[in-house]
Design a protein around this ligand. Structure first.
Ligand code: G1P
Length: 297
């Protein structure tokens, strides 16, 4: 089995109800984290990991997302005429090669596993990545790149993993660990959104996956699981039942849950403070807000 991962699926069909009324007319993935839409962070991470084909699983009302990835020749020539080189570069950095993006419609909201399954014909028989754009990860080396490097050694299936407070485990896919090797664990089984008190550990799945195409075959059975939805977690767990290896990868970095308002605000603060243009002014404002006395110079 080849271990080069060049295709990634971005499930972006969700309604984004937690951000209503904003998401009445804009897809959640276009919402802006400092100065870039959420989806751009996911794309940049995928590119850094060597992804060449980007597959978006969309739904009705996501047109703005497709438009975002169009080249913008009129805007580009206006910026060129005005000599605004920096803005031009910033715009060009978002351009995607022709044919690099594909859009697949998920016609019914049947769950994450179903969304991934909708892209099966574009994946065919090779390993692929899945990135959930709601999970934004700030890291020196982008999370998916860390995983791709680890995956070259392991093969199999790999999910990003992170310790969460035990009381939060029922919001995640959770790993039952067979062997803990530090930055990596071998997984015994995994369960989607376990009932409170029933989680096998507090090691949760975060939205980055490198999967074997077998997972798509497992999804062919279209069994519904937690919440009545077809769960990606279950299809990965089926791999273990078939005697194949699944690994959890403890990535180095900070994850923000941009699917929640609090997480989005936290990410805005963290990325704002990391932004060269904003760092000083915004940092100053935050210090005033929380009344921390200025450090002696
Ligand atoms: C999804 C997955 C879950 C994972 C989580 C990470 O859940 O189903 O296994 O732990 O993403 O963010 P969702 O948050 O879409 O309910």
């Amino acid at each position: 089995m080849k271990r080069r991962v060049t295709k990634a699926i971005f499930p972006v069909a969700g309604l984004g109800t937690r951000f209503l009324p904003a998401t009445k007319s804009i897809p959640k993935e276009i919402m802006t984290l400092v100065d870039r839409p959420l989806i751009q962070y996911a794309i940049d991470e995928a590119r850094a990991a060597g992804i060449k084909e980007f597959i978006f699983v969309t739904s009705r009302g996501k047109g703005a997302l497709e438009d975002y990835f169009d080249h913008a020749p009129i805007l580009e020539s206006a910026l060129r005429k005005k000599g605004k080189k920096d803005l031009l570069e910033c715009l060009k950095a978002t351009n995607m090669d022709s044919g690099a993006i594909a859009y697949i419609r998920q016609h019914r909201a049947l769950g994450l596993g179903h969304a991934v399954w909708c892209a099966r014909r574009l994946i065919a028989n090779e390993p692929f990545a899945v990135i959930l754009p709601d999970d934004v990860i700030a890291a020196e080396k982008p999370c998916l790149q860390q995983m791709v490097e680890a995956y070259r050694e392991t093969g199999g299936c790999m999910v990003a993993a992170m310790e969460v407070p035990p009381e939060a485990a029922s919001s995640y896919g959770v790993l039952d660990v067979k062997e803990d090797m530090g930055s990596m664990v071998r997984v015994n089984s995994m369960v989607e959104k376990p009932a409170p008190g029933e989680a096998p550990s507090n090691l949760a799945v975060i939205g980055r996956y490198i999967l074997s195409p077998n997972v798509l075959q497992n999804l062919n059975r279209l069994k519904s699981g937690a919440g009545g939805e077809i769960q990606l977690t279950d299809a990965i767990a089926d791999e273990i039942k078939s005697g194949r290896d699944v690994y959890g990868y403890r990535f180095r970095g900070q994850r923000f849950d941009c699917g929640s308002k609090a997480g989005f605000l936290q990410a805005t603060v963290a990325f704002g403070l990391a932004h060269a243009e904003l760092r000083d002014e915004f940092g100053e404002y935050l210090r005033e807000m929380v009344s921390i006395p200025h450090a002696a110079q």
